[in-house]
Ligand binder design. Structure first.
Ligand code: NI
Length: 171
């Protein structure tokens, strides 16, 4: 099932999501399959459950956007345990469509998470994957990438979004 992506302004995007406590269930399998399907439909490289209105600590990532099965990553209850280096690059978010901004991020990031069976694993990524690890883990704390840009740029984006809301072109 393809979910509608929740857009900026919805409180679920700024709430702390709840940890998963039950693993290896048909419901969890289905939710994760739906998250991949929703992400591919929206042509994203990452999606966090709050972005489909579900306040749970699950994120999916695929830097190949569906081209390579081996690049599918599921992070449940993730935490960033190590970062190093720096990268600068444009970042966007499916919940803030039509906007992209330069965001400075670490260039190498290690995440610790559980898989669909509830087993703990650690994974290190660099460049786009490092960026995705942080961006998606942040979503589960209710934090959006625009919190890393200047207040001036953030206010400009918010003003433009308010205009789109008024025109009925947002949400
Ligand atoms: Ni996002």
């Amino acid at each position: 099932m393809v979910y509608k992506i929740v857009k900026f302004g919805d409180a679920v995007l700024e709430a702390r999501a709840q940890p998963i406590t039950e693993f290896d269930t048909p419901e969890l399998d289905q939710l994760i399959a739906d998250m991949f399907e929703s992400m591919y439909t929206a042509k994203g490289v990452g999606l966090a459950a709050p972005q489909i209105g579900i306040s749970k600590r699950i994120a999916v990532i695929d830097c190949s956007v569906g081209e390579n099965e081996a690049e599918k990553i599921v992070l449940i209850n993730p935490e960033i345990i190590h970062t190093e280096g720096k990268q600068n690059g444009e970042e966007g978010c499916l919940s803030i469509p039509g906007f992209r901004e330069d965001v400075r991020r670490p260039n190498r990031v290690t995440v610790r998470a559980k898989n669909i069976k509830g087993e703990t694993f650690e994974m290190t990524g660099s460049e786009l994957l490092a960026r995705a690890f942080i961006h998606e883990t942040d979503h589960l704390s209710g934090k959006l990438y625009i919190s890393y840009i200047s207040a001036l740029k953030r206010d400009l984006i918010k003003r433009k979004i308010r205009k789109l809301v008024k025109q009925g072109e947002w949400g």
